[in-house]
Design a protein around this ligand. Structure first.
Ligand code: 13P
Length: 337
């Protein structure tokens, strides 16, 4: 009865379960070189391979990180990189008990025929790329596509986003990688929370219908959605309880309990907001492990503490542990500000 995934079924289920283990979540450090450049320039650093290596090494070598972090999403450069002392970054992850993952999408381009919306590239050559990433030590993958509320979203954009995610996910499972399915509903806009909820419901239900059509093993995927919040330009703010309520209601309508983990993105929320909202989601039992896969909401204060100075590495690592521990508690529903 199990759906075939080239013999990787047991491993996929095991990997997904380990990532979705109690009190742990994902550290996303898979910024493309261009986006990593934005992070580095925020502290006055040049965007070159040496600085990217120093930054990623600082994050991954944080002592004790594996207690709170079960997986980390890397950019291709990092997957094949070593630390300045010559240890493979992949080995650093594994020694910390952190499963290495890889961003495999090739980014967004404009979607002709839509309302200034975009689609996500990267399916060409994905079969051989995922096989090579597995060989290099990656055990899960991520593909991020976006949907914009103020620009529609059009039927075309939703269909394209969902179909791309489903094709990507099937190819990953075929090569032993647990696919993180990431349909990001962007925060931008002045709309209220009800409108976000409507869009999220439509997007998630379309994604799961195409995942079914592509015969995905749902026990071997992870969903990385955005939280249902008001647009960031909305005059009406929402409490963590309201956000949790809208988000969980829509997830329960659209996401089968066979999916082991819901790993939220932070999407531009502040570090504390992202933690409080996650904590609110975990105040009562959920059908899934509800956790985090944050980039900005785990990295902002690290960058500020580091400032690119070797003497600040320890302080920066402490800042990372503070956020990682706070989100770990939020995963367990036990965080208080
Ligand atoms: P943010 O948490 O900064 O939104 O990033 C999420 C992400 O997709 C990175 O993998």
């Amino acid at each position: 009865f199990a759906i075939k995934a080239a013999g990787y079924e047991d491993e996929l289920v095991k990997t997904a379960k380990s990532i979705a283990s109690p009190g742990r979540g994902i550290l996303a450090i898979d910024e493309s070189n261009a986006t990593c450049g934005l992070r580095l320039s925020s502290i006055g650093l040049e965007n070159n391979e040496t600085n990217r290596q120093a930054y990623r090494e600082l994050l991954l070598e944080t002592p004790g990180l594996g207690e709170y972090i079960s997986g980390t999403i890397l950019f291709e450069e990092t997957l094949y990189q070593s630390t300045t002392k010559g240890k493979k970054m992949v080995d650093v992850c594994n020694e910390q008990g952190i499963i290495p993952g890889i961003k495999v999408d090739k980014g967004l381009v404009s979607l002709p025929g839509s309302n200034n919306e975009s689609w996500c590239q990267g399916l060409d050559g994905l079969h051989s790329r995922t096989a090579a990433y597995y060989k290099q030590g990656a055990r899960f993958a991520k593909w991020r596509t976006v949907v914009s509320v103020p620009n529609g979203p059009s039927e075309l954009a939703i269909k394209e986003a969902a179909w791309g995610l489903a094709r990507y996910a099937a190819i990953c499972q075929d090569n032993g990688l647990v696919p993180i399915v990431e349909p990001e509903v962007l925060l931008d806009g002045e709309h209220g929370i009800e409108r976000t909820a409507e869009v999220a419901e439509k997007v998630w239900s379309t994604v799961f219908s195409y995942l079914a059509e592509n015969k995905l093993l749902l026990e071997g995927i992870l969903l990385k959605p955005s939280m249902v919040t008001p647009g960031n330009g909305s005059k009406v703010k929402a409490t963590p309880e309201e956000i949790a309520n809208y988000t969980l209601t829509m997830l329960k309508r659209t996401v089968p309990p066979a999916v082991p983990g819901i790993m939220f993105l932070s999407g531009g929320q502040s570090e504390v907001e992202a933690t409080l909202n996650l904590n609110a989601m975990n105040q009562s039992p959920n059908p899934w492990h509800v956790s985090f896969s944050y980039a900005r909401a785990l990295q902002n204060s690290v960058l500020k503490a580091w400032k690119g100075q070797p003497e600040n590495v320890e302080a920066a690592q402490k800042a990372l542990l503070v956020r990682a521990k706070a989100n770990s508690l939020a995963q367990l529903g036990k965080y208080s500000a």
